[in-house]
Design a protein around this ligand. Structure first.
Ligand SMILES: Nc1ncnc2c1ncn2[C@@H]1O[C@H](COP(=O)(O)OP(=O)(O)O)[C@@H](O)[C@H]1O
Ligand SMILES: [Mg+2]
Length: 614
C-alpha cells in the first residue's frame, strides 16, 4: 500500500472511534469462534476412526444392561433409549452419537461466538457510517454558497450515499480480516500440522502461488470503480434536475430530450459497471478452480503418505476438511485487497468533501458583531462568479444606519449579486465591504447574519409545518411571536384557512402553497427575526396586486427605523427610499432620491415611464 493510501485508511478507521470498544470484544469472540470451529473439524477424526476401527472403537465390555437394574440412574435411562433407538450395535453407535453431540455443541458455540462477533462489527459499521455521513453533511453545509453548482450537487449526493456504502465494507471487512481470519487460519494450520507436518509443509509452499494468481486478477478493479462513481454523480444530478423540473418537461413536451440525456449517461455507467463485474465475477470461479486444483494436489500427495503409513486415513479426511475450510479465510484475506482498494478510493472522495475549505472564511481574529452602529460601506467592489465575466464593476456607495437604499435597474444588472455580498454569500474579488469601518471578514459570519433578515426572489421552504418554516433559525420563538410575525406579513389569514393551521405541512419546497403564500411565509420568517438590517430582493414579486398592497404596508412599517437594502421590481414601492441606486451592467449608472433622478431624466426616469405605460 502506498503511503497516502495508508494514511487515508488510518483516517477512515478513525471514524470507528473508540476502536477499542469494538476491537477488544471482537478479538475475544474471534478467538473463541476459531477455537470451537477448529475443534468441530477435529471431531471428524474420532468419528471416522470409530467407524473404521482405528483403535477408537470400543469392544462392548459388558452385556446389554438389564433395564430394571439401571433405571434409577440417569445413565440407565439414556442407555435405555439408545438401546431402543440404535438397537444392538450399542457401544459403537453410542460413541458415535456422543461424538456427534459434541460436534453439534462445538458448532453451536462456534457459531454463537461468530454471531456475537458479527454483531460487534455491525454495530461498529452502523455507528461509523452515521458519524461519517453527519460529518460530510455538516462540512458540506458549511461551504460557501458558490461551491454548490448544479453539477456538484449530484456529485455530493452520490458521495454521501454510495461512497459511504463502499467505505463501510472496506472498514468492517478489514476488521474481520485482521481479527478473525488469522485465528481461523492459525487454528486450521495448527490442526493440520498436528495431523501431518509433511503434508502441511507441502501445502504451505503451495498456497502462496494460488494466492498470487488470485491477487493479480483482483488488483485491476480500482480504476473503473472511480469512473463508475463519477457517472453515478452525473446520473443523480440529471435525476434530481428532472424530478424538480417535471412541470417544465411536461409542458414543453421535452420528455425525449431529458430521457435521452438520462439514457446515455445510464448506458455509459452500465458499461463501466459491466466491465467491473466481468473482472469481479471472474475472481470467484478462478479462485474456486484454483482451490479445487490445490485440494486435488494435496489429495495425491497426502494419499501417498497414507499408503506409506505416515498418516491415518481418518486424519487424512480431517486434513482435507480443514484444508478446504482454510481456503475460505485465505480467499477472503485476498479478496479484501480489492475491497480495501475500492474503499480507499471512495474514502479519498469522502475526504475531498470533508477537507474542502470554504472560500468564505472568518478571519482568525474575527469578533462577533455586537451592535450595528453607523454604516455599511461598499468600497470599489468588483465581482465575478467565474473569472471570465465581471458581474459588478467598481461599485461604491454607503448605507447609513436607519436608511433605506433601493437598488433598481434592468434585470441581469447585478442587483441580487450585490445584495448577496452583504451576508457574505460571496466575497468580492476586488474592493471591500465594511460595517462600522471594519471589513466584513473581521466579524464572524454567524454574528453578521444574525443581524440580517433576507427575503429573496426565490422563497425557500422546507418540507415541514408552517410554524417550523416561519421559526427557522429561531427555534425558541413562542407561538404568539410566530403568529404576530405572520400577521405582519399578512399570512395569518391564509394560514388559518389551511386544514391544520400553523401545523399544516407545506410539502416539498412548499409545493402545496401558491407563490404568493410562499413569499408571505418567508417575509414572516424575516419579521420574526426582527433584524437590524433588512435585505429585500424583489420580496413582493410573487404577490398579486391586492396582497402586495397589504404586504407592502407591512414592509413599510417593518422598514421603519431599520437599515435596509431593497430591490424592487415595482418602482412605485420605492419612491420614499432615502437613496435610489441604479445598477446597469454591473455599474452604478446614477443615484439620488426619486425626485433628483426624475429631474435627471436618465435610466431611472425611463424605467418609471415604461412601468407607468404598462
Ligand atoms: N450563481 C451564478 N453563477 C454565475 N452567474 C450568475 C449567477 N447568478 C447570477 N449570475 C449572473 O450575474 C449577472 C447578474 O445577475 P443578478 O445579480 O441576479 O442580476 P439582477 O438581480 O440585477 O437581475 C447575470 O448576468 C447572471 O447571469
Ligand atoms: Mg435579481
Amino acid at each position: 500500500m502506498k503511503k497516502t493510501m495508508m494514511s487515508t485508511y488510518v483516517r477512515l478507521l478513525g471514524f470507528a472511534k473508540p476502536m477499542s470498544r469494538y476491537a477488544v470484544p471482537y478479538f475475544f469472540y474471534s478467538v473463541l469462534h476459531a477455537l470451537f470451529n477448529t475443534f468441530t473439524y477435529t471431531m471428524i477424526i474420532p468419528i471416522i476412526g470409530t467407524l473404521f476401527s482405528e483403535g477408537y472403537a470400543f469392544t462392548p465390555t459388558y452385556e446389554l444392561p438389564a433395564i430394571e437394574l439401571n433405571t434409577e440412574c440417569l445413565d440407565g435411562v439414556i442407555n435405555y433409549f439408545y438401546t431402543l433407538i440404535f438397537g444392538t450395535e450399542f457401544m459403537t453407535t453410542r460413541l458415535l452419537a456422543l461424538l456427534s453431540a459434541i460436534l453439534i455443541m462445538c458448532n453451536v458455540l462456534s457459531n454463537a461466538f461468530r454471531y456475537l462477533g458479527s454483531m460487534t462489527v455491525e454495530t461498529m459499521r452502523t455507528r461509523t457510517l452515521q458519524r461519517m455521513r453527519n460529518e460530510m453533511f455538516d462540512r458540506t453545509m458549511a461551504m460557501n454558497v458558490g461551491y454548490f453548482s448544479d453539477q456538484r450537487k449530484g456529485d455530493l449526493m452520490s458521495k454521501i450515499t454510495s461512497d459511504v456504502m463502499v467505505v463501510q465494507f472496506c472498514i468492517t471487512n478489514t476488521l474481520q480480516v485482521m481479527f478473525r481470519e488469522p485465528f481461523l487460519i492459525f487454528g486450521y494450520v495448527a490442526m493440520m500440522v498436528n495431523i501431518s507436518w509433511q503434508l502441511t509443509l507441502f501445502s504451505i509452499l503451495y498456497l502462496p502461488v494460488v494466492a498470487l494468481i488470485i491477487g493479480s486478477i483482483v488488483k485491476r478493479l480500482r480504476h473503473p470503480a472511480k469512473k463508475g462513481q463519477q457517472h453515478m454523480g452525473e446520473m443523480v444530478s440529471v435525476m434530481e434536475e428532472s424530478l424538480s423540473g417535471v412541470k417544465a418537461i411536461k409542458s414543453y413536451n421535452a420528455f425525449s430530450y431529458i430521457s435521452n440525456k438520462f439514457h446515455s449517461i445510464n448506458a455509459s455507467m452500465s458499461n463501466i459497471l459491466l466491465s467491473m463485474a466481468r473482472k469481479q465475477q471472474m475472481a470467484s470461479p478462478m479462485s474456486e478452480f484454483l482451490g479445487i486444483t490445490a485440494i486435488s494436489v494435496v489429495l495425491v500427495f497426502g494419499g501417498s503418505l497414507v499408503m506409506k503409513g505416515l498418516m491415518t486415513a481418518s486424519g487424512f479426511v480431517a486434513y482435507i476438511a480443514a484444508f478446504s475450510q482454510l481456503t475460505r479465510p485465505l480467499r477472503s484475506f485476498i479478496d479484501q485487497f480489492a475491497n480495501i482498494n475500492q474503499g480507499i478510493a471512495a474514502g479519498e472522495r469522502i475526504f475531498s468533501i470533508i477537507d474542502a475549505e470554504s472560500s468564505v472564511q472568518d478571519r482568525e481574529d474575527a469578533v462577533a458583531l455586537e451592535e450595528f452602529k453607523d454604516k455599511i460601506e461598499f468600497n470599489n467592489i468588483s465581482f465575478s462568479y467565474d473569472s471570465s465575466r465581471e458581474v459588478l464593476h467598481e461599485v461604491s456607495f454607503t448605507v447609513r444606519k436607519g436608511e433605506t437604499v433601493a437598488l433598481v435597474g434592468p434585470s441581469g444588472g447585478g442587483k441580487s449579486t450585490l445584495s448577496e455580498l452583504i451576508p457574505r454569500f460571496y466575497d468580492p474579488a476586488v474592493g471591500e465591504i465594511s460595517i462600522d469601518g471594519k471589513p466584513l471578514s473581521a466579524y464572524t459570519q454567524e454574528s453578521l447574519r444574525a443581524k440580517m433578515g433576507i427575503v429573496s426572489q426565490d422563497t425557500i421552504l422546507f418540507n415541514d409545518s408552517i410554524r417550523a418554516n416561519i421559526a427557522m433559525g429561531r427555534e425558541d420563538a413562542t407561538d404568539e411571536q410566530i403568529m404576530a410575525a405572520a400577521k405582519i406579513a399578512n399570512a395569518h389569514d391564509f394560514i388559518m384557512q389551511t386544514e391544520a393551521g400553523y401545523d399544516t405541512n407545506v410539502g416539498d419546497r412548499g409545493m402545496k402553497l401558491s407563490g404568493g403564500q410562499r413569499q408571505r411565509l418567508s417575509i414572516a420568517r424575516a419579521v420574526l427575526r426582527n433584524p437590524e438590517i433588512l435585505i429585500l430582493d424583489e420580496a413582493t414579486s410573487a404577490l398579486d396586486t391586492e396582497s402586495e398592497k397589504l404586504v407592502q404596508e407591512a414592509l413599510t412599517s417593518l422598514l421603519e427605523g431599520r437599515t435596509s437594502v431593497v430591490i424592487a421590481h415595482r418602482l412605485s414601492t420605492i419612491h420614499n427610499a432615502d437613496r435610489i441606486i441604479v445598477i446597469d451592467s454591473g455599474r452604478i449608472a446614477e443615484q439620488g432620491t426619486h425626485s433628483e433622478l426624475m429631474a435627471r431624466n436618465g435610466i431611472y426616469a425611463k424605467l418609471i415611464e415604461m412601468q407607468s405605460l404598462a
